[in-house]
Design a protein around this ligand. Structure first.
Ligand SMILES: Cc1cc2nc3c(=O)[nH]c(=O)nc-3n(C[C@H](O)[C@H](O)[C@H](O)COP(=O)(O)OP(=O)(O)OC[C@H]3O[C@@H](n4cnc5c(N)ncnc54)[C@H](O)[C@@H]3O)c2cc1C
Length: 379
């Protein structure tokens, strides 16, 4: 699969892999065991410049490509999907939205601190009663003179409990449905804005997802991103990148699961020989390798299309859907081939199995992705 990458991309991949091995891998077990957002990782990503992969040099970034973003997502997820999720918002969806739709002042205010790790940023769409049906959100923003007054709640917001800046989506008129949705920056410390405690999740134990509350929370007009009523377009546009990032998380996790399983099945002996020599096991390993390659191809295609300036919403949805299901299945097989030991916390495959399930849910469930893809077949 490396033959599909250029020499520069291969060099970048090696650099990121070395960084992950040196700076993240030694801490992963401790960070995952704490079951809270691993702030330490933010400094490491920032110091290495990784948050700025997609940011032009004039805002302090590396001016890199979507393929490099995907490669980094995969390499980080090989160590931990939690850490890949910490890497995602400042590098992907948040920054992408600000770069595409922000004023020059907003870009200068929010991007440099996000990629230097000075601020932790969040992207808040989901509500307690509006998940897949995001357009049906009930958080409102009402204009009052030169200010907007936000009321409502968001849920499952990555880094919500520790975030400094939230890009929050609210409706300026519920009767307009999708056409009322508008995006606002809300900064920590703004009166009326509070964060709840992080959820106790099945997986992603070195990241966090929390509720956010807005009660008569006033923000200035300058906090509006893009135009009033155009928020859904902003959200969906940036979610293409988010979905590609999720595909990368799934591919990295599955790659690590396959590697661990190859090692284990070569070492573990039953009936007088390594279990990896039994045909039933060898065929499972072969299937896992094919599944992984197929997911990688779909993700590479979407990244190449993005870098060519083409629309890649459907391709990103296909990559996310296939990779998420692939990772869940592959992690299940990895645990199976580790037997009883695979069900213990001593084995990384136990974590892969839990984390893989979450990728099938966030940034659009498998079912919603099937809907998105099905709609594209008719257009
Ligand atoms: C770890 C984690 C991190 C997250 N981070 C963020 C974040 O940073 N920002 C943010 O805004 N959100 C975030 N989310 C929320 C996530 O995007 C939502 O959980 C997801 O979109 C699903 O919404 P829901 O949980 O309300 O499920 P629901 O929408 O209630 O869905 C429940 C089930 O019904 C199915 N379903 C719903 N509608 C249909 C349909 N039309 N056809 C078929 N099946 C359907 C779904 O596929 C699912 O299986 C995060 C979630 C998690 C778990």
């Amino acid at each position: 699969m490396d033959s599909l990458l250029t020499d520069n991309e291969l060099g970048f991949k090696k650099d990121v892999r070395d960084f992950v091995k040196k700076e993240l891998v030694p801490h992963v077990d401790e960070w995952e065991s704490r079951n809270e957002y691993a702030r330490e990782a933010v400094g490491k990503f920032a110091d290495y410049g990784l948050f700025g992969i997609l940011v032009p040099a004039e805002y302090g970034g590396l001016g890199g490509t979507t393929m490099e973003f995907l490669i980094a997502s995969i390499e980080i997820a090989r160590a931990s999907v939690s850490l890949a999720s910490i890497f995602g918002a400042p590098t992907g969806i948040f920054t992408d939205a600000v770069l595409k739709y922000g004023t020059e002042e907003q870009r200068r205010r929010y991007i440099p601190p996000a990629i230097s790790g000075e601020t932790i940023v969040c992207f808040a769409i989901t509500e307690p009663a509006a998940g897949s049906d995001a357009a049906n959100m009930s958080t409102t923003a009402t204009k009052d003179g030169d200010e907007w007054v936000i009321n409502g709640a968001k849920t499952f917001i990555t880094a919500g409990d520790v975030g400094d800046i939230v890009l929050v989506f609210a409706t300026v008129d519920r009767s307009l449905k999708a056409k009322g949705i508008t995006a606002f920056f809300v900064e920590k410390g703004t009166p009326g804005f509070t964060a709840g405690k992080a959820e106790d999740l099945l997986g992603l134990h070195a990241s966090s997802a929390a509720e956010l509350f807005f009660k008569d929370c006033r923000v200035p007009s300058s906090a509006l991103l893009g135009e009033a009523g155009k928020g859904l377009r902003i959200a969906l546009g940036s979610l293409d990148l988010g979905r590609l990032h999720c595909a990368g998380q799934a591919i990295g996790l599955a790659d690590a699961a396959l590697e661990a399983t190859l090692t284990y099945t070569a070492d573990r002996e039953q009936f007088g020989r390594p279990i990896g020599n039994f045909q039933g096991v060898r065929w499972m390993l072969a299937d896992m390798s094919v599944q992984l390659d197929a997911a990688r191809l779909l993700a590479y295609r979407a990244a190449r299309m993005a870098d060519a300036g083409k629309r890649y919403s459907t391709e990103a949805a296909k990559a996310k859907l296939f990779a998420a299901e692939m990772a869940a299945d592959l992690a299940r097989k990895a645990v199976q081939l580790h037997g009883g030991y695979g069900c213990t916390k001593d084995m990384a495959v136990e974590r892969y199995y839990r984390d893989a399930k979450l990728i099938e849910i966030y940034e659009g469930t498998n079912e919603i992705h099937r809907e998105v893809i099905a709609r594209s077949l008719r257009s």
